[in-house]
Design a protein around this ligand. Sequence first.
Ligand code: HMG
Ligand code: MG
Length: 295
Amino acid sequence: MGDFVRIVEVGPRDGLQNESQMIAIATKIALIERLGRCGFREIEAGAFVSPKWVPQMAGSAEVLHGIKKKPGIAYPVLVPNEKGYVAAREAGATRIAVFGAASESFSRKNINASIEESLARFRPVVAQAKSDGISVRGYVSCVLGCPYEGDIEIAAVVQVSQALFEMGCDEVSLGDTIGVGTPDRARTMLKAVAGSIPMKNLACHFHDTYGQALANLYACLEEGVRVIDSSVAGLGGCPYAKGASGNVASEDVVYMLNGLGFETGIDLDALIETAWWICDALGRTPGSKLAHALK
Ligand code: HMG
Ligand code: MG
């Protein structure tokens, strides 16, 4: 299939947000800096959300301040509302992500707002960010299923994605939050969204709960997507999606992309070392096959 795939490394945010043990700010900073040395050009560094909702992300301002930033690397952070936006901007964020859902129930559980309310909340945030020179990604959760509602209509995914794109998000990341998708469904969903948003502005964000993420990504690569979200060592889950396991592991994704002849700019050996390093710090072993095979 050839060409370049941009991998958005979400481990320091999506990977760590669900950890029950509090992780030191210094460990988060070291992880982000290591990932930068692996070659990632976009590393999600934290979330400016309510510390009552997600305690693990409470130190995101210190993390953002503490990173030795490298030119050419973006360190996006999640922002749910105006309060989060102001805090992120003060902490020096240059890229943010708003996050909505294609499922009404998930939206309420995750951000305490209906889909419509959430979009109304995001609009002024996106407008302000753009006028401040801060770029914005938009997430859509539950694109292939919801922990509360089960199947989700593709039309709902298309509608929310379109709304985020039209309000000014330069990229829409399609989240299989609970990893229930299979390749044909992933492909059909992506094709439907790509009917109204250019493929170059779409990303796939697949969790691997049912072991389908790589297969789903392969189907979406065939369809033309060239931005993939993944998490070092397959860390993660969502605190408001019970049973959701980590994102697809970055090292498994890089290995597959290498085999398919894509460029990623990622040093696989350094990535595997980083996967073991963070897992040692967390007291576990990596969730990827590759980190074990190539230890
Ligand atoms: P709420 O309780 O409705 O907020 O929560 P509120 O506006 O009523 O305010 C209540 C309190 O929260 C107030 O404080 C506010 O100041 C404070 P109090 O007066 O009680 O002391 N507050 C904030 N504090 C810090 N930062 C803020 C903020 N906003 C209000 N930004 C809210 C609404 C959106 C804040 C809450 O629901 C929330 O923080 N949710 C975040 C949930 C989250 O982070 N989920 C995980 C990320 S999403 C995900 O993982 C999916 C993804 O990976 C894609 C995929 O896999 O599908 C992206
Ligand atoms: Mg996620």
